[in-house]
Design a protein. Structure first.
Length: 631
């Protein structure tokens, strides 16, 4: 390499000054003539010195031409391609790259092929050095030649040129980037100790922090390659410290999009380091050393995602479970529990997946300690996940109950039924006021009913029918509740008086809530007859009258309730109403009962005669018996 002596530098500088003056004159002579200055003199010749007036200048500011960046780039490309002087070629190339980077221009027509760039830079460097001419931006030229040699794959030569730049021009603005490129070259060559040293020099000695973040990150990789895992972890965590907004976060989406890939790479490095040691235990050890746990979720999540990406499903689920166990009081712990379910699902471990869902409901559901720690906004976030798994688990155990019943495994069927019912009821409790709750309670009742748990089923049927929001199975629930009393009677031999009273009230309530249901007249008729048999005539008459006035009642039911209505009125001494009721009963009564009904009709009229206040009214009533019932 040619060395520049002081004398040579002085001669070259003199030549440059002379060339600059010649260039200036040349520019003035051959440049376009915008005529910025006009000298105007008085046309009349002065006669005396006193008549001479000073000349004045008129300055006209011409508008600058409007040109686009693309036009400027094309001119520089043309200059690069046509220039013979190496320094001009290098300067043109610098301008092209700087403008392209500044304005984001990536068109092939407005750029120069990298191979051509590299060859041009190297040729220009050699010509400048061989010529012995002083070049004032030698650091830039060295930097460009280092890049060019790196591009063509000669890393060792690139390192030499970068070292020369750093050594000869320690105050150059390119020193930091040169050190970084030197470190990168060592890293690519596999010389990790040298790479580490150069990365750390940037952190220690650079005047700006432009390359600190990347240097610390790559230093972590270089140390990792030397199997010094603990030191690498510290460097990687220190890299995360450049993003204070990451602390106590469950996602790195809080930082700028441009930095997210870098943060993800840093977390991946940490995950690899943990996987080389003791997995989640290594995370805890690191956090003890740095004396805080503000990256805990991000660190566990990074290790989880590393294992999941490697199809190590059980390891991934174990990491998720470790976090959920160790950080139960943290709101984000439910997210990691979801990760565990995700891992088993992706690995098709069906049994483990169902077990994880059950643990999720137990650990994060409404009856857990975790739930008591949440505010309403947090509960709204967790509730959909809890509800989804409750629904899946309830359905699972309902199916298991049916399968066990088919196999005649009564014990397993009863156990599955109770579990299904519990999940359905918890699901309803998790979402108070939901329009679906009636269905859930109904299904819980069905599960218990199918395994003979009639008292519990009865209560749930009534709740589903009368207390929850209207739903498709509401009437079916109410009717099933009434039927459950029959099963209780069969099981107990007979119903106790309280249960009888309960059943009667349930029928009345059913009729009030579902007056137009086809089963309503049948149930009320049965109740009316039951009340009449118990000599509760007033209540019997009320319910029978409701059936008689119901247009949906069948003829048989209408006749039965018509008799109860008439007989009850008679027993209550309301003979005038009883007469009308008997006459109505005759209209839809059976032929074989006509004689009895007419006899009862006559009795009702006769009783009216007996109640007459005076002989005349009583006589008229007696005579009406003959007119209405002459036989």
């Amino acid at each position: 390499m040619t060395m520049f002596s002081p004398l040579m530098i002085f001669k070259n500088m003199s030549k440059l000054v002379l060339l600059s003056l010649v260039y200036a004159c040349f520019s003035l002579c051959f440049a376009a003539k915008p005529e910025p200055f006009i000298v105007e003199m008085n046309s009349n010749e002065p006669k005396t010195i006193g008549d001479i007036k000073p000349a004045f200048l008129v300055y006209k500011d011409n508008e600058l031409p409007k040109v686009s960046i693309e036009y400027v780039l094309r001119r520089y490309i043309k200059l690069f391609e046509s220039a013979n002087a190496p320094d001009v070629k290098v300067d043109a190339l610098n301008r092209i790259n700087n403008l392209s980077a500044k304005y984001g221009l990536e068109s092939k027509k407005l750029s120069i092929d990298k191979v051509k760039q590299s060859q041009a830079v190297l040729d220009s460097y050699d010509k400048i050095v061989d010529s012995g001419v002083f070049y004032q931006r030698m650091d830039e030229l060295l930097y460009q030649t280092a890049k060019a040699t790196m591009f063509i794959g000669n890393r060792e030569e690139s390192i030499k040129r970068l070292k020369l730049l750093v050594g000869l021009y320690p105050r150059s603005q390119l020193v930091d980037e040169s050190r970084f490129r030197m470190a990168e070259a060592y890293f690519e060559l596999g010389d990790y100790p040298m790479a580490e040293a150069e990365y750390k020099k940037i952190i220690a000695f650079s005047e700006t922090d432009t390359f600190h973040k990347k240097a610390r990150f790559k230093a972590g990789w270089a140390v990792f390659r030397q199997n010094r895992y603990a030191d690498a972890e510290k460097l990687a965590v220190q890299t995360l410290d450049y993003f204070p907004e990451l602390r106590k976060q469950s996602s790195f989406s809080v930082i700028d999009d441009a930095e997210q890939d870098f943060v993800e790479d840093t977390l991946r490095l940490l995950a690899i380091l943990f996987s080389k040691q003791k997995d989640a235990d290594s995370i805890e050890t690191l956090q003890q050393e740095i004396k805080h746990k503000e990256y805990a979720y991000l660190l566990y999540d990074a290790l989880f995602r590393l294992y999941l990406g490697q199809d190590r499903y059980q390891d991934a689920a174990t990491v998720a479970g470790n976090y959920a166990d160790r950080y139960q009081g943290h709101f984000e712990s439910y997210l990691m529990a979801l990760n565990g379910i995700k891992a088993f699902n992706k690995g098709q471990f069906d049994i483990r997946e169902w077990q994880e869902k059950e643990e999720f409901v137990a650990n994060f559901g409404i009856n857990s300690h975790y739930w008591s720690l949440l505010n309403e906004a947090q509960r709204s976030t967790v509730r959909p996940h809890v509800s989804a798994y409750l629904g899946e688990l309830a359905h699972l155990y309902y199916i298991r109950m049916q399968q066990a019943a088919q196999r005649k495994d009564a014990k397993l069927a009863a156990k599955s039924a109770q579990t299904a019912a519990n999940y359905y009821l918890t699901l309803a409790e998790t979402n108070p006021g939901s329009p679906s709750n009636g269905e859930y309670v109904f299904l819980a009742a069905e599960a218990l009913y199918s395994t003979g748990r009639f008292p519990q089923a009865l209560s749930l049927y009534e709740r589903a029918a009368f207390e929850e929001a209207p739903h498709d199975n509401a009437a079916k629930s109410g009717y099933a509740a009434i039927l459950a009393f029959s099963h209780l009677a069969d099981a107990q031999g007979q119903l106790s008086p309280p249960l009888i009273e309960h059943r009667q009230k349930s029928i009345i309530r059913y009729a009030q809530v579902f007056p137009d249901n086809e089963k309503t007249p049948v149930l009320l008729n049965s109740l009316a007859n039951e009340l009449f048999d118990s000599e509760r005539y007033s209540e019997a008459q009320t319910q029978a009258a409701r059936v008689v006035s119901n247009p949906g009642a069948s003829e048989t039911v209408m006749y039965s309730s018509g008799l109860v209505n008439a007989h009850s009125l008679f027993e209550l001494g309301r003979f005038v109403e009883a007469e009308g009721a008997y006459q109505q009963a005759l209209t839809f009564g059976r032929k074989g009962d006509q004689a009895i009904l007419r006899e009862r009709l006559a009795a009702a009229i006769y009783k009216q005669a007996e109640q007459g206040l005076d002989p005349v009214s009583r006589a008229k009533a007696y005579l009406r018996v003959v007119d209405v019932v002459p036989e």
